[in-house]
Write a protein that binds this ligand. Sequence first.
Ligand SMILES: [Zn+2]
Length: 381
Amino acid sequence: MPRRHLTRWLAAAILLGATVARPAATPGPAPLWPTELLHHLDYVDLRVAAAHFGLKAGWARADFALALTDAGRVRASFEVNQKDFYFDGLRVFLGVPVLAHHDSLWVSKLDLIKIVAPLLDPAAHAALLPAAPPHTIVVDPGHGGVDPGTRNPRIGLDEKTATLDVAKRLARILETRGWRVLLVRDKDTELSRDKKTDLLMRDEFANRNKADLYLSIHFNHATASVTGIETYAMTPQFMLSAGDDHGDEMTRVAFPGNRMDYANLLFGASLHRALTTSLKVPDRGFKHAREAVLRMLDCPGALVECGYLSNDAEAARVALPDYRQRIAEGLATGIQEYANALTLLHPPAPAPAPAPGLLAPPTRPPASPAPTEAAHPPKGS
Ligand SMILES: [Zn+2]
């Protein structure tokens, strides 16, 4: 969407705040989660949440760290005043910190509903997830052309070069496995010389091509010692993005990308787990942000920062083709695991048995793999 359209749309959404921001006041069942107001927000006791999920809650460190366990295995662990928690060993960021209250730790109701509960119990959220695994996947190599992204000056490696190479490797792997893959760009080019328009054209490309899944590939920069993987999903409405303590005019807006909050979460967690596991690098966290490339998406999506070019050792690894192949394979594993999770949550209905006395219908030939298609860049870029 051109920026002027987004601005107009955003202004209209904010003007319509009463309908955008507040759920309809229809009578319904009593709220599932008993809450208390802490720091002006609804919070839920993690011991109550644990009981709901059939987990045992106990102090791992008295008054400091609470673990939710299943048959002795830690499923989730929380620390007081921290925004991150660990889910099956994966570092996941919440919108607001966990708080200590009444001999327990408490999590905000929004974080519980949008992050903790769907991660711990995806089956209970199956109706809110796509009914079938993805068929068409749009892969977005971040930056390009006039926009090099971040850069490691010592080895002369630009982010735009590394993202394009990883995206092409990922497309080859996915096409071999039968997926239809489209690349937002397949050469060193920008979509628009205006950065904001360029970003919006990337999710517009996914929407125009009826993508079932969107992945934006990036590399990161920070102080020189930092290494590892960060993954981002679109921030749910009202939630604070990573690194944001106050919110802004976008916090109250429900964007098109928020229709897939639960699928975004499942996809982001699958990618983040697959990549941190396969590369064996530090887990910098699965986070939420209202990224321009995620806001307007009509399908589930995520953005992955596959390593820090600001760290010379990590940049030197990224400069190796073998390492970029490992990144691509990790991303492909994450996509496969997301697709597998959807299949498990929505098993195909069994074929109806033939009526007694009637001939069984002729058997169909086995389904052929999905057609593959050469990746192509958008027209007119
Ligand atoms: Zn980038």
